[in-house]
Write a protein that binds this ligand. Structure first.
Ligand code: DX5
Ligand code: ZN
Length: 216
């Protein structure tokens, strides 16, 4: 079954606990960490993740859009994240980092910006629990879905299947009722949705609708 991960980037940051509870029933809560260096935006860090993990039973899927994830990612596991995603473009030693995240007890995940190909990372896939194919340039919610990423989603799914791996394939950026079916058809199984969930009148219902659509 498809997993839907609402992104709290589109929530009201002054009411994070309520906003997290508004999407109970979602598989994971997607938490976008931005440092104003790797991307031109600044969001939240370790103390907020710690508080959020106490405020909700939904596990946290932390997407680190930061420089030097080798140094910081393990601390997000300690802060309560159940899954930690670092960017391939930022990690100095992705294999070592993925192993460290797993050793600390979280799922290890790696993200690729739109212009970063998946093929150079083929041998690394067994070290990961999830691969995130970005479908917008990271940095902001509410951007238009990049259709040109569909072939990359398809190629990533082929690589995963070719090696018989269990890893999840996540898409993030512009995922909505208008685009989720195409992503699912291309082989994605974990869907981040920010504005499509928190912009809806009933966020919990938006999660259910997206899941039904993805499951076809
Ligand atoms: C963008 C973030 C996304 C963002 C998605 O850099 O990684 O998680 O919140 O927002 P929507 O779903 O509105 O594109
Ligand atoms: Zn994200």
């Amino acid at each position: 079954m498809a997993q839907i991960n609402p992104s709290i980037l589109s929530a009201d940051f002054a009411r994070l606990a309520d906003e997290a509870q508004a999407v109970e029933g979602a598989d994971w809560l997607h938490v976008d960490v931005m440092d104003n260096h790797f991307v031109p935006n600044l969001t939240l860090g370790i103390p907020v993740v710690e508080s959020l993990s106490r405020a909700t039973d939904t596990p946290l899927d932390c997407h680190l859009m930061i420089e030097n994830p080798d140094r910081w990612a393990p601390q997000y596991v300690e802060a309560g994240a159940g899954s930690v995603t670092f960017h391939a473009e930022a990690a100095a030693a992705p294999v070592r980092l993925a192993r460290e995240i797993r050793a600390k007890g979280a799922r290890a995940s790696m993200a690729l910006k739109p212009a970063t190909p998946v093929e150079p990372y083929e041998d690394l896939l067994p070290e990961l629990d999830m691969l995130l194919v970005m479908t917008v340039e990271p940095g902001f919610g509410g951007q238009a879905f990049l259709d040109i990423m569909l072939p990359k989603i398809r190629r990533t799914r082929e690589l995963i299947n070719k090696h018989g791996l269990e890893l999840w394939l996540q898409v993030d950026g512009g995922v909505s009722e208008a685009t989720i079916e195409r992503c699912a058809e291309a082989g994605a199984d974990v869907f981040v949705a920010g504005s499509a969930v928190y912009g809806a009148e009933d966020p919990a219902q938006a999660v259910r609708t997206l899941r039904e659509q993805a499951d076809g």
